[in-house]
Structures are given as C-alpha cells and as structure tokens.
Design a protein around this ligand. Structure first.
Ligand SMILES: [Zn+2]
Ligand SMILES: [Zn+2]
Length: 577
C-alpha cells in the first residue's frame, strides 16, 4: 500500500518535471502544495480516502484526489511514469544545483545527454560543459563547487521535514502499541533548523509490542537494528528514526540525556562531578543512591540549577544563569497578539481575505496585517497599485464589521536590486504597515547586497524587513550581508527585522537573533501564512526566537496594537509631522 510519503514524492517529482519543462508556475505550485499537505498529515491517506474525505484536504481538488486514488490502488501514476521518461528525476536534481536552474538542466540533458548530478559533475570535471554556449571554465568550477556544497548539506534533514515525520511516528505508535509517554528528544526537541536523525522516547508496559510496531511503520524502507528496547529504522526519505523504550522512573533522565545538546550535557556532567554527583540516562546519583530521574526537573534540582527549556540548551550561558537562579523568561506562543505578515489569494495565498482574518481571529490574535506581494513578483500575482487600493477598501469594510480583531492594510513589497521599493512613495504612504523583502538577485556581492538593504532601510515608509536573509534551510544560502551594519542601521531607524516562522525559512536564525538583541534591533515573529493552517507554523518562529534568547519584551507583536503602532517607523514619523 502506498504511503503518504509515496504519494507526496510522486507529486514532488511531477512538480519538478513540470518546472523543468517550463510549465505554468501555478500548476507546479499546486503539486508542491499538495505534497506539502500530504507530508503534514498525521493519518494515512488510505484512511482518509476510506471515509471519502480526500477532497476536504487543503489544496486537493477532484483531479489531485483521482491521482491520489490511482497511486493508492496501483502504487504508481501514469502521468508520472510518462513525465519521468522525458524528464528523469536526475535531470530535475541537476536543476537544483545552484547556478543551473530549469533551462540549463534541460540543455544539459538535451545537448549532452546528462541525466544526473553525478554525470554533471563528471562532465564538468572533464571540461565538457564548455562546448555549450555561455559555458566556460569558470562556470564549470562554480558548478563543481556547488555540487560539493549540496552534498555536505544533504546529510542533515531540515526541521520542516523532520518535524512532521516525528509527529507522524508519535501518532502512529500511539495508535499501534500500548504507549504511555512518548516524546521526541534530540535536536528536534531543541528545534534546531536541521537535524541528523529522529530520536523518540517511549514508556510502555509492553516494550516488545512497541518495537514490533516501529518496524511496521508505513514509511519504513529498512529496519537498521531492532532489540528489546531500541529499534532503528530508515524512512523512505532516508531519515533515520530511533525509538527507545525506557523505564518510567528513568523517563526524565533519558529525555534530558537524549535532548542534549552535547555541549550542554558535558558542562552539566562536569558540574555534577564537582558536587560529587553523577548524571546518566538512568538518573542522577550520589554514590549508589539514586536522587531522581523520573522527570527532567529531577535531573537539575539536586545540582541547584534551574532547568531551562530545550531550545536554550546549547551551552550559551543557560547553565550559568540556571545556577545563579535566574528564572527562564522567554517568548512563548501565547505572548503573541498579532501576526504582521499574512498573504491572501489576491497574490499567492490560497484563501480569501476573510478566511485568513477569521483564522487569525480563531487563534486569538487581536490584529493581523494583510501583506500581499508587490508587482515585481509577477509569478505570485503581485498587486498593482489599483488592486492594492481595492484591497485596502475591502479591509476597511471588514474592519467595520469585525470588532475583536483589527486588520492592517499592509504589503510585502519587493526590495529591488538597487534597494528601492517596488511601489511609488504615494502608494507606500497609504499603507498602515510596510514590510519589504528580497525575492530576487540573491547572488549580489556582500557590498552590493548590504547597500541594497541599507537603501531600503532609508525609505521613510519601511517598517519591517521580512525574512531578511532569504535563505531556505538546506536548499538556498542566505544572501551575503554585513549583518552588523544592516542591524545597526535598522536599530537607528527603528526598522524591525522579522523572525519568519515558515519552517523552511526560520529567518532570522538564532545566531542573528542573538546579534539583533545585542544591537537593540526591534524584532517581530510572523507566520507569512499563505493558508489558514499556516498559522500553526508560529511554533517554529517562536522556537527560533527562543533559541536566540528572545524575551517577550524583544518582540514587538507581543504588545497591543495601540502600543505597537507608535513604535513603527511610519507612525512615528506621521506623528512627528
Ligand atoms: Zn516573502
Ligand atoms: Zn510573504
């Protein structure tokens, strides 16, 4: 029986092939979105189909539902088979080598018969690419370098992929075996942007049943090892999942031990030794006497250390603060009162203005900024000035109707290559809030890129720089920036920098957040939601903020709108004028 992963993988390969063949980006995106939906499901598709509910899944219409059914029944899809003949997956893989892209990948396939990244590498090494128009020794060297970098990155799994997989493991094991406690440990629990593998800890009255259930998880490609209390499997996406059954009285000790980080645990153990104590995955001991280990707190208490949340356990000072008795005070989801970066189907979102506002309201937000794209983003149906104004009228009408949430007429304006913003000033002046971001020219030099952002920050209309580095975890490098200069300017102009919660982005990252706090840059945490369910991504942004030690006071959208607006640049200037 095809799993959710099988179906998602086929859709992703179709998306790649369509992109490669220069198809309509909307069609490409439809398959990507569908795959994303499927990967986030906790329940097997076959189950959902049995209930006749495939069509209720976001982004799944009649045609995709029929394709899902075909894959579930036969394990394959005719359309996919045909596409793969013309656009083998290896050709699509070449397209992802930075600097190659769809058109060049096609040329490499057509002209040189290359069908994989390996063949591309070989050809570049032999100097065979120069035969093509526009290719030279320098392009070949670049391609080789980019392939090498892709390889080292691929060994880690982005949180965006690992998190839903871990949730699925937890969900399926709960259903399939007598599980009491179950929790993901490891770097996933610390919410690092990528993880090496997935560690799950379980307590159970029947460990053998749990182990058996692990080997039968639907996405298992290979069982790497299985024993009475530990089983390791490899998922079809080559992610290793380790499941351990531990005794209930050791659960806290194991959770602490396997959550790490290594640096945190090494320091903790050193401190323990100095106090004549010993820490292990089985508990905390003085000589032969066990002092605790059923809960994580019991591992810290005898050491006289306040426990800090998993996201902070990187040995960046949390142990010293815990030792000094400084209680942790970090931003949590419940502190956020609004979302300042949300798309609708006016640009590349999937839901209407009303649906997005309703979803924000249901989450308990008291304000939400609607920030669709500007004209430069043709692919994303960026709004002309006229459409932007029409949307603002719609927002005003909705604001009159709704009493418990305030909608801001905003925009995510492209920062052009030269640093100017993608609307004329008179249009920008009409907005309640202006976000701006880089969506193009990612390859400028550090000097040029820094100058570009500094010029954007100079605009009196800019309030927030969204996803400031443009990176995509594991697939696109951050733009080159003198971050300290950009942040210093942002702080001086009171322009906020965003912590984008989109799990592929997590931008700013933890290191940048630490720097931003040091330099006094205002921060916001946004979801960049393109559909109602994307508000759930907030947890990733909050976790990243916590990894950067952000407190509620560091995050502007933890305060009520009445206090927030005067803190934003445009409103400050308006007041002064
Ligand atoms: Zn964006
Ligand atoms: Zn956006």
């Amino acid at each position: 029986m095809a799993t959710n992963y099988d179906v998602a993988r086929i859709f992703l390969e179709i998306a790649e092939a369509l992109e490669l063949s220069g198809q309509d980006p909307y069609r490409v995106r439809a398959y990507r979105n569908a795959a994303r939906t499927l990967l986030s499901l906790e329940e097997p598709l076959a189950e959902i189909r049995r209930r006749g509910e495939l069509l209720s899944l976001p982004g799944i219409g009649e045609s995709l539902a029929a394709k899902i059914a075909e894959i579930l029944d036969s394990g394959r899809l005719r359309q996919h088979d045909e596409l793969m003949e013309h656009f083998p997956p290896g050709v699509a893989a070449m397209m992802h080598v930075p600097g190659v892209g769809p058109r060049t990948a096609q040329t490499l396939f057509r002209e040189l018969g290359l069908t994989s990244v390996e063949e591309l590498e070989h050809a570049a090494r032999e100097g065979r690419l120069r035969a093509l128009k526009g290719f030279g020794a320098k392009t070949e060297a670049n391609i080789l370098q980019n392939i090498a970098r892709l390889r080292t990155r691929r060994q880690r799994i982005p949180l965006a992929r690992a998190y839903p997989l871990a949730q699925q493991v937890i969900h399926l094991l709960r259903a399939a075996a007598p599980v009491r406690d179950i929790e993901a440990a490891g770097s996933l629990r610390r919410m690092t942007e990528d993880v090496g593998d997935i560690d799950i800890l379980v307590t159970s009255d029947d460990p053998a049943a749990v182990m058996a259930a692990v080997t039968r998880l639907p996405f298992v490609q290979r069982v790497l090892a299985t024993g009475p209390t530990k089983t390791s499997v490899l998922s079809e996406q080559d992610v290793q999942v380790d499941v351990r059954v531990v005794a209930p009285e050791n659960f806290g000790a194991a959770l602490q031990y396997f959550t790490g980080s290594k640096e945190h645990n090494v320091k903790l153990r050193t401190l323990a030794v100095r106090q004549g104590l010993k820490l292990s995955e089985y508990g905390i001991f003085r000589g032969d006497t066990r002092l605790g280990g059923a809960t994580e707190e019991e591992m810290y208490r005898p050491l006289g250390i306040l426990m800090y949340p998993p996201e902070l356990r990187e040995d960046r000072g949390e142990i010293e603060r815990g030792l000094a008795g400084v209680p942790p005070d970090f931003v949590e989801e419940r502190h956020l009162r609004g979302d300042l970066h949300v798309h609708t189907n006016a640009s590349d979102g999937r839901a209407s203005l009303r649906a997005m506002v309703e979803a924000a309201r249901e989450r308990g937000f008291t304000y939400v900024a609607i920030s669709d794209h500007s004209p430069a983003r043709g692919n994303a149906r960026g709004l002309s000035a006229a459409r932007l104004r029409a949307q603002a009228r719609e927002i005003r009408a909705l604001n009159r109707e709704l009493t418990d949430i305030t909608i801001l007429a905003a925009s995510e304006v492209d920062i052009r290559r030269d640093g100017t913003l993608d609307y004329p000033d008179d249009v920008l002046a009409e907005l309640d809030l202006c976000l701006a971001s880089v969506h193009s020219a990612f390859n400028l030099s550090r000097e040029e890129q820094t100058a570009r952002l500094l010029r954007a920050i100079d605009s009196p209309f800019l309030d927030i720089i969204a996803h400031p580095t443009g990176r995509l975890v594991g697939t696109r490098d951050p733009i080159e920036l003198d971050m300290r200069r950009v942040m210093t300017a942002a702080a001086a102009h009171e322009v906020a920098l965003e912590i984008n919660s989109w799990p592929e982005r997590l931008d700013l990252n933890d290191a940048h957040i630490l720097l931003a706090r040091e330099l006094g840059v205002p921060l916001v945490i946004d979801t960049d939601a393109h559909a109602p369910e994307h508000f759930d991504n907030l947890k990733f942004g909050v976790a990243t903020a916590r990894r950067g030690w952000a407190t509620p006071a560091d995050i502007l959208n933890t305060i009520p709108l009445s206090q927030l607006l005067p803190r934003l640049r445009r409103n400050r200037l308006r007041k002064a004028a």
